[in-house]
Each structure stands twice: as C-alpha cells, then as structure tokens.
Write a protein that binds this ligand. Structure first.
Ligand SMILES: Cc1cc2nc3c(=O)[nH]c(=O)nc-3n(C[C@H](O)[C@H](O)[C@H](O)COP(=O)(O)OP(=O)(O)OC[C@H]3O[C@@H](n4cnc5c(N)ncnc54)[C@H](O)[C@@H]3O)c2cc1C
Ligand code: FES
Length: 365
C-alpha cells in the first residue's frame, strides 16, 4: 500500500520568517536606500545591475583607444563580432553607446572595446580623452548577429574602414586559426591612422591573411572598381563589411547589381537616413518642454538637445533602448519614410533614435 507522507523540514518556516524579519530590519535601517543599493556602492561589480570596471587604457592611434574592461556579475560570454552597450557618466548624465568587442571570448575575466573619438562626439571623446583605470561603467550583455557562421566559409573577404575594423578584429583574434583563405581590405586616411595597424601587418607578414591597405589621402575614396581590381576573385568570397554609411551603401548596391547580395554581411554604426520631410513642434509632456523638431533630426537628439533625459542605446534602430510612448501626433521613420500616427490616448510606442517629427507631436516623457 502506498502511504502518502508530508515531509516538513524542521524549522524551515520559522527560519524563512526570521530571514524576512532580518531583511525588513535591514531595509528599515538602510532607508531610504535598500541594502542592495549599498552593495552596489561598495562592490559595484557584484551589485544588482551589470557593470564593468576599466582595468587599463591603451592608445591605438592619435584618436582611438582600447579599453580593457572587467565585467561584473551577470556577464555572458560573447560571440566575436558582437557589440555591447556601455553607459558612461558625462557631466552628471548617464549616456549609453554601442561598441564592438575586440577581444576573443576566452580571454578570461576581461573584454576589450576600441573607441575612436569623432568630432563633437560626446561619449567617444569622453572615453578617448578621460577614461582611466578604475572607472566604473554601465554594461549591457553582448548582442548582434555580425558574426561568422559555424561552418566557416572557404574564402573570406573583410572590407573595413576607420573604426569599422573593430568587430572584424574581434573575429580575426578569435577565428583566424580556423580560416584558410582571408583577404582583408582596410581603408583609413593615412597609414598611421590604421587602428591595429601593427597587429594586422604582423599577421600579414606571418602569412595568416592578405592585408590590403587603402589610404584615402593618397589613394582617394575606396570605390567598388578599385576593390574589384584589388580582389579579382571577390565574387567567390563571402564578405563581411563595416565602415561609414556611404561605403556600405556602395557595397550593397554593387553586390545587389552583381546578383550576389547574399554574400555580403554588413554592420552599421549609424542609421542610414533616407527619408526626411517637414518637422514640427515636439512637446515632452512630463517635462513641460516644447521645442522645434526638424524633419531630419531624430527625436532622441531633439530631446537631448532640450535637456530631456532620454532613454537610449545603439542610436541606430536596433536595440529598442529608446522606445517611448508617442502620446499624440505624427512621426516619420527616417530610414523608410513610414509615418506613425497617435491620437490622444493611443500611446503608440516609437523608437526616438530613428524617428523625426512630422508635424506637432507630444512625447510622454
Ligand atoms: C553596433 C554598433 C557598434 C559600434 N562599435 C563601435 C566601435 O567599436 N568603436 C567606435 O568607435 N564606435 C562604435 N560605434 C559607434 C558608437 O556607438 C557611437 O555612435 C560613436 O562613438 C559616437 O558617439 P558619440 O557620443 O561620441 O557621438 P554623438 O555625440 O552621439 O554624436 C555627435 C555627432 O557625430 C555624429 N555621429 C554619431 N555617430 C557617428 C559615427 N559612428 N561616425 C560618424 N559620426 C557620427 C552624430 O550624428 C552627431 O552629429 C558602434 C555603433 C554601433 C551601432
Ligand atoms: S537607441 Fe537602439 S533602437 Fe533606438
């Protein structure tokens, strides 16, 4: 006969009650902060949110540095070619930007990103000029699909320009041993501007890849005619490209016309703005601020320019970190021209990094 038995762990109920009591006392003592908040302050890498500590800073070129970061609790291993979002405090405001990981996944407890300062760039300039060992930054787990397939292509072509080298460097440092035939075309204004130039040239000297450097200042802008001349078997190669929007658009059109669009994989650092129109007044309802929103400027920049604390992430339409409710009005998707309309009470969600005002609109922020 089967006997049903209830097993009770001695003291479990009272212990749980006691634990809850201790936690309530600790919470009361810590008020208005919670004990977890103190832990976040004392041990930021073991707190409730993912953070990283900059361990070292390495200059790469006159305007680019590599930051070696120790991620804290919650980090997950990345795939080479992926990027992270990093949150940095600039003048008391936390700003988030995306940066590709340049270290291989198995380097242990640290990862690296390489940042190139752009003119007037708030976060990139801050990191290149001010980042120091010990600095704590916000982190998001790695993401992105600009990665190599598990079945490695027999013949591979990397096409990069400027800081677009970063995700590819992550792939080269991780996968080069598994690749038989790699041509890497890299464009930079001058030889001394080539990020990771020394390492790439050493790999080429060792016969690990064929490196073709294109220096815009002397060679002119990299065209598809020149690319085809430099890489005669280009059509046989699976290609990964990352660089300025103009170069990527030219490559996409070239591969498309050649009927081999599926051979080209691209990574963009900024959205391609294709559709603009008349703007309108933009009201941030909770802030009580109204400003003029030009038809070709993302609402994210409009809000930031007006001093509104805007949520953000990649700033190019891929991470959805900037989604906010459109309380009323019409906005235009700058990539496609598609209009989104909200009547009062609709609270339609929009991505502010790729949407511009298309008439008066009210944002619930
Ligand atoms: C998936 C992804 C991966 C990235 N990886 C890297 C990386 O590994 N290394 C790296 O240096 N950057 C990388 N970026 C770009 C990075 O996220 C920032 O956009 C860049 O550092 C500029 O930020 P900022 O705050 O300095 O400029 P902002 O203050 O935001 O912008 C200042 C001005 O520069 C323009 N601008 C913004 N971004 C760029 C850009 N990329 N190129 C030229 N002009 C720009 C803006 O339109 C504005 O006019 C990546 C972006 C994405 C989406
Ligand atoms: S900030 Fe990433 S989608 Fe807008």
């Amino acid at each position: 006969m089967l006997t049903t038995m209830t097993v009770t762990t001695p003291g479990r109920g009272p212990l749980r009650r006691l634990g809850g009591h201790v936690r309530r006392v600790a919470d009361a003592v810590a008020t208005p902060l919670l004990p977890q908040d103190y832990l976040d302050l004392i041990a930021p890498l073991h707190g409730s949110v993912l953070r990283g500590r900059i361990e070292s800073v390495h200059p790469e070129t006159r305007d680019a540095v590599t930051l070696v970061i120790r991620p804290g609790r919650g980090w997950v291993e990345h795939r080479p070619g992926q990027y992270i979002r990093i949150g940095v405090d600039v003048d008391g405001v936390r700003l988030w930007r995306a940066y590709s990981l340049t270290s291989p996944p198995a380097t242990g407890a640290t990862v690296s990103i390489t940042v190139k300062a752009i003119a007037d760039g708030v976060v990139s300039s801050h990191l290149v000029r001010r980042a120091r060992p010990g600095m704590i930054v916000g982190l998001d787990p790695p993401t992105g699909d600009f990665t190599l397939p598990l079945r490695r292509p027999a013949k591979l072509l990397f096409i990069t320009a400027g800081s677009g080298i970063t995700p590819v460097m992550g792939m080269l440092r991780s996968h080069l041993d598994e690749l038989d035939d790699v041509i890497h075309v890299h464009a930079a204004p001058r030889r001394e501007d080539v990020i990771f130039g020394g390492e790439l040239r050493a790999l080429a000297r060792a016969g690990r890849l064929e490196l073709i450097e294109h220096h815009d200042d002397t060679d002119g802008l990299l065209s598809t005619e020149r690319l085809s001349a430099l890489v005669p078997d280009l059509r046989e190669r699976e290609a990964w490209a990352c660089g300025p929007a103009g170069l990527l658009a030219t490559l996409e059109s070239f591969y498309d016309t050649a009927g081999i669009a599926d051979r080209l994989h691209t990574e963009r650092f900024r959205p391609t703005i294709l559709a603009t129109g008349a703007g309108g007044s933009v009201t941030f309802t909770r802030q009580g601020t109204t400003v003029q929103g030009p038809g070709d400027v993302p609402l994210l920049s409009v809000g930031e320019g007006a001093g509104v604390l805007m949520p953000s992430g990649c700033r190019m339409g891929i991470c959805f970190g900037c989604v906010v409710p459109l309380a009323e009005g019409t906005v235009r998707d700058l990539r496609s021209g598609a209009l989104t309309h909200a009547a009062p009470g609709d609270n339609v969600q929009i991505q502010t990094c790729i949407s511009a005002a298309a008439g008066p609109c009210r944002i619930d922020l």
